[in-house]
Design a binder for this molecule. Structure first.
Ligand code: NCD
Ligand code: ZN
Length: 356
């Protein structure tokens, strides 16, 4: 049995850091485990311009505790009003790595999101021409569609028509949660004229480890609630098979999404699992469960950089089989706390951090 695993240092290709004191409180957890992260732009107000993205990046770097290195990879939030010029500016910036689609109303802080992709033709053409990746929250927002079906319906109603209309558009299907999405991404290995992959997907640790039963185990469990919501076991198994397949179109994206404890544990609780403090531990557990620890390095440290055209990290991380418990809560904003994903549980894998 493998008890120690050394891999190239990983990156997180889908992360929510928030801003201000909240960002300063959660940033160290990610910076300890990941060299870089794609930082989601769904702030209030959202990051819609390159100037805003660069200012946000500066605030993240300024909040980084001494001794930690971390490279925030910035993303613009697409709106109905995003211009082709702004997309070209983003593509020309070494600090902006994608444009995020939040269908209006799909999730946390998506009110300013896209009401109809038909309004974004010029921006999408500019992404297609520049190769700037389009990061897609893939759920329809039609209230008539069952919440557990919204991702599968999105593939037929939005994703496929979009990719037909813009055949060279480079898409990341973010935080996939269904066997339909896993199959859709598995079947596409196409590249653009410059040999760059056209379709990839990120997968969260919670969707690899849990099915929707976790939401109701012994009572309503707000800390398991995220969007897209956990699905049936057959979907978890399909995601685990995809993540451990060794196919380069699947890579790590935690979707760690911090919300203060009182905003999760309330009548209308926020969506988002705060997995950053234990992210690599959870991925190691999932890959170990599948007997595929030898595939973790590709998923966590190689396929993401390859998609985004970035170098792999030069330092390494060692994971060890050593049980340890997750904190029951962590400090957040003044007078508030935050509950990490799997708070109080004992995990089988630990990250062995190099002493400074
Ligand atoms: C995210 C958040 O809180 O910003 N929540 C979540 O459940 N994943 C938004 C998102 O990625 O959908
Ligand atoms: Zn997210």
């Amino acid at each position: 049995m493998l008890d120690r695993l050394t891999i190239k240092f990983p990156d997180d290709w889908h992360l929510h850091l928030r801003d201000g004191d909240a960002m300063a409180a959660v940033l160290p957890y990610t910076a300890r485990q990941f060299e870089r992260a794609i930082v989601m732009p769904n702030l209030k107000p959202p990051i819609t311009t390159v100037d805003q993205a660069l200012a946000y990046r500066g605030r993240i770097l300024a909040a980084l505790p001494p001794g930690l290195t971390f490279d925030p990879l910035m993303v613009l939030y697409l709106t109905d009003a995003t211009s082709a010029e702004e997309i070209r500016r983003a593509a020309a910036s070494p600090f902006v790595h994608g444009v995020k689609l939040y269908p209006a109303g799909a999730t946390t802080n998506s009110q300013a999101g896209v009401s109809s992709l038909a309004k974004c033709t010029a921006a999408l053409e500019a992404m297609e021409q520049t190769g700037l990746p389009f990061l897609v929250h893939g759920e329809v927002t039609d209230p008539e569609v069952d919440v557990f079906d919204r991702e599968a319906v999105f593939i037929d109603q939005v994703m496929e028509p979009l990719r037909r209309q813009f055949p060279a558009l480079r898409v990341v299907f973010e935080h996939i949660t269904t066997k339909q999405a896993a199959t859709y991404v598995t079947q596409c290995s196409s590249v653009d004229g410059q040999g760059r992959r056209l379709l990839a997907a990120t997968i969260t640790p919670q969707h690899l480890l849990f099915n929707r039963n976790a939401l109701f185990k012994g009572g309503l469990q707000p800390h398991w609630y995220c969007l897209p919501v956990l699905k049936r076991e057959e979907h978890r198994l399909a995601l685990l098979a995809a993540a451990t397949s060794g196919l380069p179109q699947f890579f790590l994206g935690t979707d760690s999404a911090p919300h203060a404890r009182h905003l999760k544990e309330m009548a209308c609780g926020c969506a988002g699992c705060f997995s950053a403090p234990v992210a690599m531990e959870l991925y190691a557990q999932a890959f170990d469960q599948a007997g595929a620890l030898d595939r973790l390095e590709g998923f966590a440290s190689e396929f993401g950089p390859a998609f985004y055209g970035l170098p792999v990290n030069s330092r390494t991380m060692t994971l060890v089989r050593r049980s340890h418990s997750v904190a029951s809560e962590l400090p957040f904003l003044q007078g508030q706390s935050i509950v990490p994903f799997l708070a109080g549980d004992v995990l089988p894998w630990a990250v062995e951090l190099a002493s400074a």
